[in-house]
Design a protein around this ligand. Structure first.
Ligand SMILES: [Zn+2]
Ligand SMILES: [Zn+2]
Length: 141
């Protein structure tokens, strides 16, 4: 199966082949500010499963709590952040789950930085909540 992640204006498109290695929700303040929403959902795909098929991206790199930098790639036209590359997991690419615009997309298996979550936000019990981001919860393949 191939899914297409597309920015808001449509010029930037990333094709993702197969199933994500992991789907993770993050409540951290960086994700809140980056998305303008209350949490981010990342679909981690192996780098070899992703392919930029259209458009030009701009990037922004920032340090993360793990001590490793993360580079975010976004559309210079509309500003949507489409994928990111965590230096800590160089074999994986995080793709913004919302960019697939697919309600059938696999549910996150974990939620990290629950410490920063809005108290009224309730998630299904099947999503394992972590107060911060346990390194052992990182995708292993
Ligand atoms: Zn765009
Ligand atoms: Zn985050």
């Amino acid at each position: 199966m191939e899914r297409l992640a597309t920015c808001h204006c449509g010029q930037l498109r990333l094709a993702c082949l197969g199933e994500p290695a992991k789907v993770s929700l993050c409540h951290c303040f960086d994700c809140q500010r980056r998305t303008g929403s209350l949490f981010s959902v990342a679909a981690f795909f192996a780098r070899s499963q992703t392919r930029l098929i259209a458009g030009t991206a701009q990037s922004y790199t920032r340090p993360s709590a793990s001590g490793f930098a993360v580079s975010f790639h976004f559309c210079p036209e509309c500003g949507s952040s489409l994928w990111w590359e965590p230096e800590r997991m160089p074999h994986l690419v995080g793709v913004a789950a919302g960019a697939f615009a697919d309600p059938g997309f696999p549910m996150p298996e974990q939620a990290v930085w629950a410490d920063d979550a809005h108290p009224w936000l309730a998630l299904p019990a099947e999503i394992a909540a972590h107060a911060r981001n346990p390194v052992k919860a990182a995708p292993s393949d």
